[in-house]
Design a protein around this ligand. Structure first.
Ligand code: NAD
Length: 417
């Protein structure tokens, strides 16, 4: 039977795997495999030509036993409730993995943002925010950017929520511009966090990062900054990079700042001078030390997992590896640093931003990066021994660690009534 790739079914499968290791009873598994609260909103937006279109949006609060919910908002034509559920579940484990006092949530709007004008996007964002304002807030649920949303989207969300309340509420969203309560270091936090985890794991695996070769799939926020930091902070050589239009390769290394300028000018990494073009599929199976998926879900599957030659995979993207591929990679001794750990730097600095907003007391970039480094490396050190002791892959170990934290919170709080 072909491997099923429904995101939420994958998420449930992963929870059940962790539940087995933890010996959880059926009732607890039922709680953990169900989203706590789901809101679907269908809302009208006036377009530039004065017509009205109705858009569908979601906000799923998966679990808030450990604190307010946290998770991004995604604008994409393929957004579905099931995908949002899965992403919300992953946020629950991710916040627990890095020991943040949060639950998990996610939001999405079914829209192709590239087809909307800036004014239309602003009206869509404001109306979506007002529709979900009944369940969000600094003590309840704090959205952030995700695919095709950014700091401007967050500024509009913050303003809309503040207008509804009648006073400024910077803590309602994170990933905001600095001018309205954003944090230093938020822009590169995901990639920086991944770099810290990769550095710690390279030490464990005996990989000298100054001699390591790296292939990066995706050249957006996470991928491009990841490539830059792996080069500048770890001394690694980035030999291959891709985006939605194709991949490029140079065995002697790619100049990342120049590539960033090239992509800004031409819209793609393809045909970058001094490199040869290849397909995304070829990039994934290159003979490199470190592979960094930083694009979309379901990229490493049972079809290509056995062909992967990288010694280490650092999941900057959410859900790039399917459960069957996980099994194959584990058998083949590939050290996989799972999304819930590797890309948790973004939500960690989001947490820092929320803390700074609530205290109205802001930190320097150095302070942010030092705190981030501590959070990321200690999460890695918490999870590694579980993987070694139980002889399980790092994803399952991270899930076991995270799920236990959520279970402990449920148990301590008890069942009401
Ligand atoms: P982005 O939109 O900035 O970049 C996505 C990149 O992937 C683009 O370069 C795009 O061209 C490329 N891409 C699309 N389809 C591709 C394909 N088939 N093959 C190769 N490349 C392809 O998004 P982002 O913010 O960088 O997010 C990327 C991933 O990282 C997502 O899974 C997201 O959930 C995850 N993530 C991002 C953050 C963050 O703070 N930005 C935090 C946590 C997780």
């Amino acid at each position: 039977m072909a491997e099923q790739l429904d995101q939420f079914e994958i998420a449930v499968e992963q929870i059940k795997k962790a539940a087995k290791i933890l010996n959880l009873d059926r009732g607890m598994v039922e709680i953990l495999t169900h989203p706590k609260r789901e809101l679907t909103v269908n809302f009208p937006v006036r377009m530039d030509d004065d017509s009205v279109r109705v858009f569908t949006g979601y906000r799923v609060q998966y679990n808030y036993s450990r604190g307010p919910c946290k998770g991004g908002v995604r604008y994409h034509p393929n957004v579905t409730l099931n995908e949002v559920r899965a992403l919300a579940a992953w946020m629950t484990w991710k916040t627990a993995v890095v020991n943040l006092p949060y639950g998990g949530a996610k939001g999405g709007v079914v829209v192709d943002p590239k087809k909307l004008s800036r004014n239309e996007l602003e009206r869509l964002t404001r109306r979506y925010t007002s529709e979900i304002s009944i369940i969000i807030g600094p003590e309840k649920d704090i959205p952030a950017p995700d695919v095709y949303t950014d700091s401007q989207t967050m500024a509009w969300m913050m303003d809309t929520f503040s207008m509804i309340k009648g006073y400024s509420v910077p803590g309602v969203v994170t990933g905001k511009p600095l001018s309205v309560g954003g944090s230093e270091g938020r822009g590169e936090a995901t990639a920086r966090g991944a770099m810290y985890v990769a550095r710690a794991a390279a030490e464990t695996a005996g990989i000298d990062t100054r001699k390591a070769t790296v292939a990066v799939q995706g050249f957006g926020n996470a991928g491009s900054i990841g490539a830059r930091l792996f080069r500048s902070e770890l001394g690694a050589k980035i030999v291959a990079i891709s985006d939605s239009k194709g991949a490029i390769y140079n065995k002697d290394g790619i100049d990342i700042p120049k590539l960033e300028q090239y992509k800004a000018r031409t819209g793609s990494v393809v045909n970058f001078p001094g490199t040869k073009n290849m397909s995304n599929e070829e990039l994934l199976t290159l003979d490199v030390d470190i592979l960094v998926p930083a694009a979309l879900e379901n990229q490493i599957t049972e079809k290509n997992a056995s062909k992967i030659k990288a010694k280490m995979i650092v999941e900057e993207a959410n859900g790039p590896t399917t459960p069957k591929a996980d099994e194959i990679l584990f058998k083949n001794d590939v050290m996989l640093l799972p999304d819930v750990l590797a890309n948790a730097g973004g939500v960690t600095v989001s947490y820092f931003e929320w803390v700074q907003d609530i205290q109205s007391f802001f930190w320097s970039l150095d302070e942010v990066n030092q705190k981030l480094e501590r959070v990321m490396t200690s999460a890695y050190r918490d999870i590694l021994p579980i993987s070694q002791k139980e002889n399980i892959d790092m994803r399952t170990a991270a899930y076991a660690y995270a799920v236990k934290k959520v279970v402990d919170a449920h148990t301590a709080r008890g069942l009401w009534p």
